[in-house]
Design a binder for this molecule. Sequence first.
Ligand code: SF4
Length: 171
Amino acid sequence: MSERAASGHQGQVGGVHIKYLLHCRRQLWLYSRGYRPERRSEDVAFGEVVDATTYTRRRDLDLGEAKVDWVTTGAVVHETKSSRSPAPAHAAQVRHYCLLLERRGVTVRGGTVHYPLIRRTVDVPWDSAARSQAEQAEAEAAEVMAAPGPQARLPRGECRKCSYLDYCWGD
Ligand code: SF4
């Protein structure tokens, strides 16, 4: 679970920033400016339990602006999600970690997203197309973060699990 990934300083784009970019740009902006609502109890806590109990031999890798769940031989980036459904944001996060590693001189082979609750894995290829996608996502995230004010809210129905519900909607 990289929900725990470092938030990064302004201008530094981490995995959480990429995840929020794909969900809601307002969420990304609020997060990048240090808004930290009350942790959403069950969802986050449940994810942390899955995270703590599923894999015992892994080694986290701290890249400063991001924490990668673990990297295996041949530089395969692994990311664990407590979600029951694969989402584009998960693969985007892995591609971002691949990009960060590559910039540190690592020859990255690819990534894998693990979904222990549904016993599935999804491979994330790392090639020139994936690199372009990662670079574009990073640039978009930086642009959102640099905006002087928060972006418009998403339609209410898309905010269901967001930890900024109270902030945005006064729930
Ligand atoms: S509550 Fe909705 S509009 Fe507000 S940050 Fe979350 S997803 Fe975006």
